[in-house]
Write a protein that binds this ligand. Structure first.
Ligand SMILES: [Fe+2]
Length: 365
């Protein structure tokens, strides 16, 4: 499986991952052969990256359990966030907004159960998303990232639920920010920024009015932009005043935002986003949480094309938790960039002198 830019898709390549839109609709299923008309649709929908099968996989089934969340739970999450967002847009009075309680509680229950079943919790893939579906995918990714971090630091099942509800709905207050401010590609004026900051308070009020959400979950909406050194918003709280679940969600929120394409900049690669989080360790973010977070994020997610210090080029086919700089790389091109008749797997946890030197952006296939 290779992650490629959509403009590099060639006629006859096969899709290696379900393509879903922000409403939870399946656009094309994995295994689908891409012909010109599909490629045109994919480009017109605004997808910038895609997973396709690598040449050696043509006859092999696509690996099932590499994705952290099943398509079923992902689709359910996207639909629920979509519905909640629509409802919140519709009602002028925040207190009149009614979110689907049972659906939300069930969804978080299912996601937690799915994550707890996994032996290895590694965040190993890019989410394939269209620009305008950012909000829905973002809420889903932030929920999954927050819950993995919560599991790794040993939260109880009940705490995970509270964290999950809050993470899923952390930005619901943005539905009350005027669209021209929300979608502005330039810098916000001071006044616009003040309005933007209010999404935290509005979110808290919306969640509080539901009645079925624990206080800790509502706090996530209120506090996910607070920073440990007191420079965050809306209340410039200090570290001791910020709830643990808000600190967790803040890290997941920033990481997912940085690794997503935005109207004003392209997505950062995982190692650069992690570097940003590390730079903010203990000033913006909780250092211990960031350190734990880094352990389950793959620096070179499966499907990434990389060059090794041997000058060979290959695709990451496996990563190990806690050792994400040393993945298993399936080498397709030798040091002279000639295609090998049979690919060779190099496990960098065993080949100590071999390491990744760069990510290859332009597919040589
Ligand atoms: Fe936010």
């Amino acid at each position: 499986m290779i992650l490629i830019n959509t403009e590099d898709i060639k006629d006859g390549m096969k899709l290696a991952k379900d393509l879903i839109d922000g409403n939870g609709n399946l656009i094309l299923g994995k295994g689908h052969t891409l012909y010109r008309k599909h490629i045109k649709t994919i480009l017109s929908l605004g997808f910038t990256k895609l997973y396709v099968l690598s040449p050696d996989e043509e006859e092999l089934p696509v690996e099932e359990d590499i994705e952290i969340l099943s398509t079923r739970n992902k689709v359910a999450a996207l639909r629920i966030v979509h519905k909640a967002t629509r409802e919140a847009y519709k009602k002028v009075d925040l207190k009149q907004i009614r979110l689907q309680g049972k659906e939300i509680l069930d969804l978080i229950e299912n996601i937690i159960a799915e994550l707890l079943k996994k032996d290895e919790l590694v965040f190993n893939m890019f989410e394939l998303k269209k620009h305008d579906d950012y909000t829905f995918f973002h809420s889903t990714s932030v929920t999954v990232l927050s819950l993995i971090l919560g599991i790794r630091i040993g939260l109880s099942l009940d705490q995970l639920r509270q964290l999950g509800y809050g993470a899923l709905l952390h930005d619901i207050g943005k539905t009350k920010v005027p669209k021209d401010i929300l979608n502005k590609s330039g810098t916000l004026t001071a006044e616009e920024m003040e309005t933007m900051k209010k999404h935290t308070i509005w979110g808290f009020e919306i969640l509080k009015a539901q009645g079925f959400l624990p206080h800790e979950s509502c706090l996530v909406a209120l506090q996910h932009h607070e920073k440990l050194n007191g420079t965050g918003y809306p209340y410039s709280l200090s570290s001791a005043e910020i709830h643990l679940f808000s600190k967790i969600t803040a890290i997941a929120d920033v990481y997912d935002a940085l690794t997503s394409d935005r109207p004003y900049r392209d997505a950062l690669l995982p190692h650069l986003a992690l570097e940003y989080l590390m730079g903010g360790g203990d000033t913006y973010f909780d250092f211990n949480l960031v350190r734990e977070f880094m352990k389950f994020i793959s620096i070179y997610p499966v499907g990434t094309m990389v060059e090794l210090n041997t000058k060979e080029i290959g695709i990451v086919i496996k990563t190990y938790p806690g050792q994400s700089a040393r993945p298993v790389v399936r080498v397709f091109f030798d040091r002279d960039k000639k295609l090998l008749p049979h690919p060779i797997d190099r496990d960098l946890t065993k080949e100590y002198t071999t390491f990744v030197t760069r990510i290859v952006e332009k597919s040589p296939f």
